[in-house]
Every structure is written in structure tokens, then in C-alpha cells.
Design a binder for this molecule. Structure first.
Ligand code: NAD
Length: 423
């Protein structure tokens, strides 16, 4: 067992990447930099054991986490991931990026994230429900509508949010819709939430392209991850005249220079579980995927995908981060040196948490908005924040990621300073 404090990063881990990003922002924070250590430590990290009864009568144990990285600006907010690679360091990094994201778009939230180390594909629906409910009950110590509000992330969806809401509500003896976002619409969910992250990725990509004089019509788009985020972003690119020429997911990669028929691909994925074997495109080697010439590369799967070596081979004009933390520190440096602009995750995929915020507001007021109102408000907040980040980048002559961190970390640390230390 290691003697290291849990906040010491494993080299190359997402937490390591996040800490390096904090180091980069420090010189631009002025007097607030004296509080920067706040950003290098999660406020609170809960590890829970989740025992469940399997369908065959055996008992299995899973490890779950909920990390509240920072609560200076409001309750924690961030998704819940079910994936076999989930671990404390990953959840810490994802929680920290939520602190930065929520502040970058000026939502009244801190940052949090949760996860369970499990491959949900190996569980029956009943086992998945039991896992979700026991996990929710265990983290019930620290979540709540005014404490920390989970939402969907990789391999979690509206049904899982419904079970989480029901479990929390049963435990407190009252229906508390505002404890999670991303719920089904009849249970206090918000119109537009399912598509909000992908929509935001597209809106920010379109605006970044406009600023670079890059046309959308006939632009080639390469997307990694065809889940909630990647599939919606791909569809909106195609609906606005672009061609999605390559897609990769956990089952493989496909290529069609004329543009993949996304409705047919969606049907294939629903039927087979992945993009591999799709008849409307050629199979592509998973490493060659990164070399496909395109205007937009949208990594929308997992973190750490775009490292130094792949970054050297990328042939895109713009990288738009749909996933959280897809580009490593060295990958970022290579892309920067090669003149490939990166629109960072903390703004590019913030559409989801913005509409989660709308859901929370609607739940509290029990008054629900139309999808048009939601999409209009999403666009206004997201593009307003993106403009501020672009202005900061231009003023300070720094990359967009560092600029997003400057805007966000200044807000977080100003709140920290104004609140003062107790005792
Ligand atoms: P999802 O579970 O709906 O889809 C994940 C996709 O990634 C799937 O297509 C899967 O096949 C693919 N994938 C998994 N492992 C892969 C691998 N090794 N190589 C290639 N592809 C792989 O998840 P999602 O909600 O779309 O989330 C994707 C990313 O977006 C994550 O980084 C998540 O944190 C981030 N994100 C999600 C939301 C949201 O609202 N769902 C919001 C902000 C950010």
C-alpha cells in the first residue's frame, strides 16, 4: 500500500492532468492566487461499499464514490458514472472539472462527481436497480437538493436518475425531485436535458468555427463516442450541413467519406450495442481513426484519449472536447504547437449542466418551461460564457483552456476569500 496522501496524483492520471491545469492558471490569478491550494484538494471524498444480491442469490460488492471538490459557490453538482475503470482519482478529477465548468458558465454551484466501479452491461436490469438504489442510499449522507445534485454521465441515464430520486425520497420521507437532474420528464425532468450536452458541443463548435472563418457547410467531422454526447453533437453537425466522416466507440471505428447516415447508424447501435459492423461505412483501424482528415475532431468518450502521440497525428482544424478531460497535458501542448485550436471541455460540454440547472430551478418552482425557452436560455448562457473566455484568451494571449480556468478559478477563489475561513 502506498504512503502517499490521496491527493498525490499518479503520473498521467486525470487528477494529474487537472493539477497541471491549475498550475498553468496560477500566474493569472493576481492576489487570489494565495487561495489556490483550495483548488488542489477536494473538500470531501466519500468511498462506499455497495453490497447487492445478484439474481442467482450470490452477494456481490462494488466500490462507489462521491467527491465534492468545492462548494464555495453553491451546492455540489456533477454526474454519476458507472464504468469498470472508475476510481477515486478519476472521480476527483471529474469533480474538480465540474467546479471549473460550473464557475466558467457562472452557475451557482460547486463541483462534484460520483461513480461506481462496475460494468453495467454485466448486470440484469434488476441488479442494476439494486446497485443504483444502494449506492444512492450510501451517498445519501452527503447529497440533497441544497447539498449536492447528481446527474447522468457515462452509462447512466434517466431511468437511473428516477431510481436515485425515488430512493433518496423514500429515505427522507418526501418526494424530492430536485435531488437529481436528468430525470424522466413526468418525474420533474426538463425538456431538452437529454440532448443538452450534445447541443452545447455543437453550439460552441459553430461559434468557434465562425471566429476562425471555418464554414460548417460540407465540413468534415470526426467523433469519438456515439453515446449521449457524441451522437447528438454528430446529428446537429449533420443537420447543419456538415459531414460526419468517422465515428469510433468501444466496439470499433468506421469511416465513410461521403458522410455517415446517422439515423441508420443510431438504429444499428441500438440493435447491436456499438458502431462496429455498420453496413453503411468501411471499418477503420482504431489508431488510424485519429489521422482522418477533418475540420472538427470531437472526442466525446472518455478522458485521456488524446495523448502526445495521437495529437501528433491529428489532422483537424479544431478539436472540440465533448468528453471531460479527453486531452492529456502533453497532447494539449502538441496540439497547441501544431496550431490546432482546442475548445476545452469546461465550456464545450457545459450544455448538460446548464440544463440540469434549469431542471433544478423548475423543480423548486414547480413551474416548467417550453423546450424553445430552454434551448434559447441554454444558447444565451453558453455562448455568453464562451465569448467571455475568448475575450480573456485574446487579452492575456493564452489558450482557451487556460482562459476558461482564469475566468472560473477567479470566481471560485473570490467566493472562497469572501466567505473567509472558519474558525
Ligand atoms: P455514454 O455512456 O452515453 O456514451 C459513451 C460513449 O463512449 C459510447 O459510445 C461508448 O461506446 C464510447 N466509449 C467508451 N469507451 C470507449 C473507448 N475506450 N474508445 C472509444 N469509445 C469509447 O456517455 P456520455 O454521457 O455520452 O459521456 C461521454 C463523455 O461526455 C464523458 O467524458 C462524460 O463525462 C462527458 N459528459 C457527459 C455529459 C452528459 O450530460 N451525459 C455532460 C458533460 C460531459
Amino acid at each position: 500500500m502506498s504512503n502517499l496522501s490521496f491527493i498525490e496524483p499518479m503520473p498521467g492520471s486525470p487528477w494529474d492532468t487537472y493539477l497541471a491545469q491549475v498550475d498553468q492558471v496560477a500566474p493569472y490569478l493576481g492576489p487570489l492566487a494565495r487561495w489556490i491550494e483550495t483548488l488542489r484538494r477536494p473538500k470531501r471524498a466519500l468511498i462506499v461499499d455497495i453490497p447487492i444480491m445478484l439474481d442467482d442469490g450470490r452477494v456481490a460488492h462494488f466500490e462507489g464514490y462521491r467527491v465534492q471538490h468545492n462548494l464555495s459557490r453553491g451546492p455540489g453538482k456533477g454526474g454519476v458514472r458507472f464504468h469498470p475503470a472508475v476510481n477515486l482519482e478519476e472521480v476527483m478529477a471529474l469533480a474538480a472539472w465540474m467546479t471549473v465548468k460550473n464557475a466558467a458558465v457562472n452557475l451557482p454551484y460547486g463541483g462534484a462527481k460520483g461513480g461506481v466501479r462496475v460494468d453495467p452491461a454485466t448486470l440484469s436490469r434488476q441488479e442494476l436497480e439494486r446497485l443504483t438504489r444502494r449506492y444512492t442510499s450510501e451517498i445519501g449522507l452527503i447529497i440533497g437538493p441544497d447539498r449536492d445534485i447528481p446527474a447522468p454521465d457515462v452509462n447512466t441515464n434517466a431511468q437511473i436518475m428516477a431510481w436515485m430520486m425515488d430512493t433518496y425520497s423514500a429515505n427522507v420521507g418526501a418526494t424530492v425531485t430536485g435531488v437529481v437532474a436528468g430525470k424522466p420528464i413526468p418525474l420533474g425532468g426538463s425538456l431538452g436535458r437529454v440532448r443538452a450536452t450534445g447541443r452545447g458541443v455543437f453550439l460552441v463548435a459553430r461559434e468557434a468555427a465562425r471566429r476562425q472563418g471555418l464554414a460548417l457547410t460540407d465540413a468534415r467531422v470526426v467523433v469519438q463516442g456515439f453515446g449521449n454526447v457524441g451522437s447528438v453533437a454528430a446529428e446537429l453537425f449533420a443537420a447543419n450541413g456538415a459531414r460526419v466522416v468517422a465515428v469510433q466507440d468501444h466496439t470499433g471505428s468506421i469511416h465513410n467519406g461521403n458522410g455517415v447516415n446517422l439515423a441508420a447508424l443510431t438504429a444499428h447501435v441500438a440493435e447491436t450495442g456499438g458502431v462496429a459492423g455498420f453496413a453503411g461505412a468501411e471499418p477503420l483501424d482504431n489508431e488510424q481513426f485519429w489521422e482522418v482528415e477533418c475540420e472538427f475532431l470531437v472526442p466525446a468518450a472518455l478522458e485521456g484519449q488524446l495523448g502526445e502521440e495521437r495529437a501528433q497525428r491529428v489532422r483537424a482544424k479544431l478539436v472540440v472536447e465533448g468528453a471531460n478531460g479527453p486531452t492529456t497535458q502533453s497532447g494539449d501542448r502538441v496540439l497547441h504547437d501544431r496550431g490546432i485550436a482546442v475548445v476545452p471541455d469546461v465550456i464545450a460540454n457545459a450544455g448538460g449542466v446548464i440544463v440540469s440547472y434549469f431542471e433544478w430551478v423548475q423543480d423548486f418552482s414547480s413551474f416548467f418551461w417550453s423546450e424553445d425557452e430552454i434551448n434559447a436560455r441554454l444558447e444565451r448562457i453558453l455562448l455568453g460564457a464562451f465569448e467571455q473566455i475568448c475575450d480573456t484568451a485574446a487579452q492575456l494571449k493564452i489558450p482557451l483552456r487556460t482562459a476558461a480556468f482564469v475566468v472560473a478559478c477567479s470566481r471560485v477563489l473570490a467566493a472562497r476569500e469572501q466567505r473567509g475561513l472558519y474558525p
